[in-house]
Design a protein around this ligand. Structure first.
Ligand SMILES: CC(C)(COP(=O)(O)OP(=O)(O)OC[C@H]1O[C@@H](n2cnc3c(N)ncnc32)[C@H](O)[C@@H]1OP(=O)(O)O)[C@@H](O)C(=O)NCCC(=O)NCCS
Length: 393
């Protein structure tokens, strides 16, 4: 039985704070995990995957090899890479059951919501989903990484009123994704551009969606649940959806002459300009620099020089007025658009890439797990009493 000294009954008995830690809003600058996957050097605007600069990987590698490097902490030899590619490819086909569920999703659903639902479904269809250990997670990581393009392209085709296209096992991860979207085999330039996108977005330290994946993993929940948490987290406009809004902004600006007044108006109204700013990169986002060149080449080929001019004006206003450089989402937006992705599908392409990093982080978390459970500083009312229902106004 409780006595009058019971703190739950007598709120005048104040609890001592259980920690001297100070609130850090948005956990800015807080180190909450150790990783050996990617090194984000915000001060110098550089990014490395297990020590290798991303620029070198874009130039010399491909998404499959980079994923192997992230997961196995080494570059594969020829045989290892061939086996890795075959194992990923084997995950591409969609089962009849999964296709039936994909067809039930209303075509008005945002593609990220459709992907989140399908990612969760993959867990429901896996009889070993509940088994949690690094080996099982590795198997599930192959499954989700291999099948994500099929889920995205399948939903796109259905939304267009068309049947999904079966994967082509002779094509690379990037080329097959474009093929399943459009029904046409991409040119080598298009394949290379998407491959570069998939490499550049594959991992990025403890970004919000990766953090969500690690928090879910920390409870010993399985990889499907962790990746589903991550997809939901990536969907927000302060994270993954910025690429969609950046492209919509470029299209809405329409002509180079409209760019400066458009951005000035956004800033006067204290609104955010999508595709600019970063929590860690304050001087330059190295991924944005890589995309600038790719966007230039693709836009010139597609005869969309106007977009480059608009982008240059937007960048100038942001530098002059806010001293804020563009981030990865700004120049990657026209790249994805020229490749044929509608803007509301951009974030799903981001997920097709980032699932590699999420998976690596999930396994890293499992190998040295501790429940992630920070504190909240209570700022609500004190000394309240339960008022009987009949006495309430
Ligand atoms: C990415 C982002 C969330 C980082 O945010 P953060 O570290 O929390 O920084 P804040 O949002 O607190 O911004 C700090 C200041 O810069 C301004 N700022 C940051 N990004 C801005 C943007 N894109 N447009 C206009 N102003 C911006 C803020 O208004 C704020 O100004 P103030 O101090 O005068 O109020 C933020 O830059 C943003 O919202 N960018 C747009 C969305 C985007 O492109 N996201 C993709 C990230 S890869």
């Amino acid at each position: 039985m409780r006595t009058s000294t019971d703190p739950l009954k007598n709120p005048k008995v104040k609890k001592e704070p259980s920690s001297a830690s100070k609130l850090v809003k948005g956990l800015e600058g807080v180190v909450a995990a150790q990783t050996s996957l990617s090194d984000v050097d915000g001060e110098n605007g550089r990014l490395f995957y297990r020590g290798i600069p991303i620029g070198e990987l874009v130039e010399k590698s491909n998404f499959e090899e980079v994923t192997y490097h992230l997961w196995y902490a080494k570059l594969p030899n020829a045989e290892e890479l061939a086996t890795f590619k075959e194992t990923l490819k084997a995950q591409r086909p969609l089962s009849e059951r999964a296709l039936a569920v994909l067809k039930l999703i209303p075509t008005t659903t945002h593609p990220m919501s459709a992907l989140r639902t399908m990612c969760s479904l993959m867990g429901s269809l896996d009889p070993r989903a509940h088994i949690v250990n690094p080996e099982e997670s590795q198997r599930k990581a192959y499954h989700l990484t291999g099948i994500f393009p099929t889920l995205v392209a399948g939903f796109y085709r259905l939304r267009e009123g068309k049947e999904p296209i079966q994967p082509d096992m002779s094509l690379s991860h990037a080329a097959n994704f474009l093929y399943m979207m459009t029904g046409k085999k991409p040119t080598p330039e298009m394949e290379k551009a998407l491959d570069a996108y998939l490499i550049l977005l594959a991992d990025h330290g403890l970004n919000a969606s990766t953090f969500a994946a690690r928090v879910t993993t920390g409870t010993l929940s399985n990889l499907y649940s962790a990746v589903t948490s991550a997809v939901g987290t990536l969907a927000g406009e302060l994270h993954g959806a910025a690429n969609q809004y950046a492209m919509e902004m470029i299209l809405e600006i329409g002509t180079p002459a409209n760019a400066v007044p458009y951005v000035n108006k956004l800033l006067d109204e204290k609104k955010k300009v999508m595709g600019f700013g970063h929590r860690i990169y304050k001087t330059r986002d190295p991924r944005a620099e890589a995309f600038r060149q790719i966007a230039h080449n693709l836009c010139v080929q597609a005869g969309k020089m106007d977009w480059l001019e608009i982008a240059a004006h937007v960048e100038k206003v942001m530098m002059d007025r806010k001293k804020i450089p563009c981030n990865v989402d700004f120049f990657s937006a026209p790249v994805l658009y020229v490749l044929g992705f509608p803007p509301d599908f951009f974030t799903t392409v981001f997920a097709v890439s980032r699932v590699a990093g999420w998976s690596g982080h999930i396994i890293e978390q499992q190998l040295d797990n501790r429940l992630i459970r920070p504190l909240a500083e209570y700022i609500g009312p004190q000394e309240q009493y339960y008022i009987p229902r009949e006495d309430r106004k």
